[in-house]
Ligand binder design. Structure first.
Ligand SMILES: C[S@@+](CC[C@H](N)C(=O)[O-])C[C@H]1O[C@@H](n2cnc3c(N)ncnc32)[C@H](O)[C@@H]1O
Length: 258
């Protein structure tokens, strides 16, 4: 499909609000464990954004490459303490030589790429023999999650089902591209609960905080906010509290270039 285009240059200044320094990230632990387990030295993140995850990996290797389509996100990544080798490009035509990396990974990015299969073939090409591909993210197709954003904002859930490849589709495409030992594991349980009006202060409710809301027209976004406020008012009138839940698993799909 043609992916809905989100201009990350516009939201690059606000993007890191999603990474408060007080929070511990299990998906970061999963990445660090993987790097140590496979002894990866030369690492590429595709859709590297502001370089948050690459910076975390600097404790294990200095050979850190980031590639992103957005010049604004790359400019932010240049402010990370770790020296990152950053390039602008697109996931379906990776600007690297064949057999360059020990590990290529993506976090929360594959749903933006216009052709998942083409990207995965490119990932296979630029990995060294024995190298690992790891794709980390949320899967709206899975039945074991819920996110109140999907209940309040029109079209967001349907758009996500189209943008995100399902776990089974991703595994199939990885195998087709030649990856072996293709595995899937849960790496982080996202569980954020906001009760009553507290939800209106939740950072992920800002339109610029997630691609789900940033893709909406302003009036559709405002209609969702008004729906939340109306429900809060109704609940208040009956002396009740609404619980707004984000409750889903972040998964990691991995495979080895034999
Ligand atoms: C949700 S952000 C994730 C950034 C980073 N991986 C993180 O977890 O913080 C998605 C990133 O993918 C990038 N992106 C979107 N389409 C792309 C493409 N076709 N090729 C490379 N990067 C792309 C965006 O510019 C954005 O920086």
């Amino acid at each position: 499909m043609t992916q809905p285009y989100l201009n990350y240059d516009v939201i690059s200044n606000d993007y890191d609000q999603r990474y408060p320094s007080s929070q511990h990230w299990e998906r970061g632990d999963a990445l660090l464990n993987l790097v140590r387990q496979i002894k990866a030295k030369t690492i590429l993140e595709v859709g590297s954004g502001t370089g948050f995850w690459l910076n975390l990996l600097h404790q294990v290797t200095p050979q850190l490459y980031g590639m992103d389509f957005s010049a604004g996100m790359i400019a932010r990544a240049r402010n990370q303490p770790a020296p990152l080798k950053l390039t602008r490009g697109t996931a379906t035509q990776l600007p690297y030589q064949t057999a360059t990396f020990d590990l290529l990974y993506c976090v929360d990015a594959i749903h933006h790429f216009e052709d998942h299969a083409a990207f995965i073939r490119e990932a296979f090409r630029v990995l060294k023999p024995g190298g690992t591909l790891a794709l980390i993210g949320h899967d709206p197709h899975s039945a074991d999650g819920s996110w109140y954003i999907y209940d309040y904002f029109e079209t967001v859930y349907e758009t996500d089902l189209l943008r995100y490849p399902s776990g089974s589709a991703l595994r199939a495409v990885m195998k087709q591209a030649g990856f072996q030992d293709v595995q899937q594991q849960n790496v982080e349980h996202v569980l954020n609960i906001h009760t009553g009006e507290d939800v209106l202060n939740e950072p992920f409710l800002k339109q610029s905080a997630t691609s789900q809301l940033a893709l909406l027209d302003e009036d559709v976004y405002q209609a969702g906010i008004e729906k939340i406020k109306a429900d809060l008012k109704r609940a208040q009138g009956c002396g009740e509290q609404i619980v707004f839940k984000s409750d889903f698993w972040v998964r990691m799909f991995s495979g080895i270039k034999a």
